[in-house]
Design a protein around this ligand. Structure first.
Ligand SMILES: Nc1nc2c(ncn2[C@@H]2O[C@H](COP(=O)(O)OP(=O)(O)OP(=O)(O)O)[C@@H](O)[C@H]2O)c(=O)[nH]1
Length: 487
């Protein structure tokens, strides 16, 4: 490939347990003579996939502290920046998204600026569909339909688990959701790799037709405002706790939580139609970032916004009610009391400070030290966070030392998935079993599960890592249940 040609990027999507890692491992083991970089994003409190993706020469980047379509997009951009520098040594990039990712924003990342467009080209979006379980998620997981709609190739996988009649019915239903994609029926994602790689299939106009906002950026924050601040220890108030001063963010009007009277630059202001779902924030937390800027010129604001995108994907500093924090590109997670909180913002130098708010629904006031009234933003903007996740899906991770008793483990898992398999969408783990040097790899998708001994522990310390993903998971019950399997 010429050094100037953009690197082809393949996005692998599909709901939890559909077979994405199976396909990835197939690609990694086959002799295709290509040098690929793999970006792996996993949903779950603890990572198991790093133990399940086979070892290969390919470079593997893991992103596990959030979903690639929103909170770790900053990480994705950073990894791509690194790969860009070694572009002539790479033949392609594979991105395995979490089962809950909307592929739209992932694909969108490659169109965000000229540098991205020049260096990368989406070759295709490959969606793996679990023929056995997908139907039950059509209604409860909106991501599934998006993954199908966005696909250039659809693997109708797990064909071995359904009857030919059911498979045909499913195929026509899926065809109805995406008339353009090629559909391949597979078992264990077994198909020639030229059906998923080197497709030149991604079509920007189709993506725009599916999502008219496709080329509009989406951000991990919903609002930003610029405040002129003197040096000093200022009070930052979130919420309505202070009624006396509650005159500048009244919520009449669009209901989006901002004071529109003072907005100078409302890109999306009119209908304020951004949705306020924010799956990874609890109601009693608000993510903010306070970034010093030299001015409110467009270029300066754009640079601050890009820094905030990266900062929002990084680890947060937790700030309790009453605590102090300083400006900078660190994400500050304000801990709220029923939506309210009062913090000290310690400003060393006077100047303009941009405040980014993760969720725009929280009124925010800054009272400079010694001032009777709060300071108004001189500029403000709403940002589009145009997708959301099913807030009910959560994960429980268990990491424990000790050896499992195989019989008790089998009984526990069997019973658990039989009784709770509707709600446990996905379970996986790598376990240490009494009396064997091998690692037990456990895989569950709803009620179906299997466990295989794969590879030895060798020098790696024996331990048990398990993750459950689904709705209404009972952490204590799962943890206690597993503990009882340990010797
Ligand atoms: N019977 C059957 N099982 C399959 C098939 N494809 C994959 N599996 C099994 O389904 C389970 C999940 O497969 P993975 O490849 O890990 O699925 P995934 O989409 O990567 O899962 P997440 O990353 O957790 O969302 C594993 O136990 C696979 O062996 C298939 O065609 N038939």
């Amino acid at each position: 490939m010429s050094a100037d040609a953009p690197i082809p990027v393949t996005v692998l999507t599909g709901f939890l347990g559909a077979g994405k890692t199976t396909l990835l491992n197939r690609i990694l083991t086959e002799q295709h003579g290509k040098k690929l970089a793999v970006i792996e994003n996993e949903f779950g409190e603890v990572s198991v996939d790093n133990q399940l993706v086979i070892q290969s020469d390919e470079e593997l980047f893991e992103m596990n502290n959030g979903c690639i379509c929103c909170s770790v997009r900053g990480d994705l951009i950073r990894v791509l920046g690194r790969l860009m520098k070694r572009k002539n040594k790479l033949d392609g990039i594979l991105i395995e998204t979490t089962g809950l990712a909307d592929p739209g924003p992932v694909a969108q990342t490659f169109f965000t600026d000229d540098e991205m467009r020049a260096n990368f080209r989406i070759d295709g979006i490959v969606t793996v569909v679990d023929a056995k379980h997908v139907v039950q998620h059509f209604d409860d997981a909106p991501e599934v339909k998006k993954q199908i709609a966005f696909a250039d190739v659809l693997l109708l996988n797990k064909a071995d688990l359904v009857s030919p009649a059911d498979l045909a019915a499913l195929e026509s239903r899926i065809r109805g959701m995406n008339a353009a994609a090629r559909i391949e029926r597979t078992t264990n994602c077994d198909l020639p790799l030229d059906k998923v790689l080197d497709l030149q299939a991604f079509n920007l106009s189709r993506a725009e037709a599916l999502d008219p906002k496709f080329l509009e950026p989406s951000y991990p924050f919903e609002w930003a405002g610029a405040y002129p601040l003197p040096a000093g220890r200022h009070t930052l108030v979130i919420g309505h706790g202070d009624d006396e001063h509650d005159h500048d963010h009244d919520h009449e009007g669009c209901g989006c939580g901002h004071d529109h009277d003072h907005g100078h630059d409302h890109e999306h202001g009119e209908g304020c139609d951004h949705d306020h779902h924010h799956h990874h924030h609890a109601e009693n937390e608000l993510d903010i970032m306070v970034v010093p800027v030299a001015s409110t010129d467009d270029q300066v604001l754009a640079a601050a916004r890009d820094a905030a995108v990266v900062g929002f994907s990084d680890w947060e500093n937790r700030v309790a009610d009453g605590d102090t924090f300083t400006p900078g590109t660190t994400l500050q997670r304000l801990l709220l009391n029923e939506g309210n909180g009062r913090y000290t913002l310690d400003v060393a130098a006077p100047g303009t400070y941009l405040v980014f708010e993760g969720c725009g629904a929280h009124p925010l006031h800054i009272y400079p030290s010694g001032a009777a009234d709060n300071v108004r933003p001189t500029w403000q903007q709403d940002f589009e966070h145009n997708h959301s996740h099913d807030e009910e899906v959560s994960s429980v991770g268990i990491v424990l030392e000790g050896d499992c008793d195989p019989q008790r483990l089998n009984d526990w898992i069997g019973k658990l998935l039989q009784t709770k398999g509707n709600d446990i969408y996905r379970a996986k783990g790598v376990l240490a079993v009494k009396g064997t040097p091998k690692r037990l790899v456990f895989q569950g998708v709803h009620m179906l599960f299997d466990a295989k001994f794969e590879g030895e522990w060798g020098n790696t310390p024996r331990s048990n890592t398990l993750v459950f993903i689904g709705k209404d998971l009972d952490r204590q019950q799962l943890t206690e249940g597993f503990k009882a399997c340990l010797d």
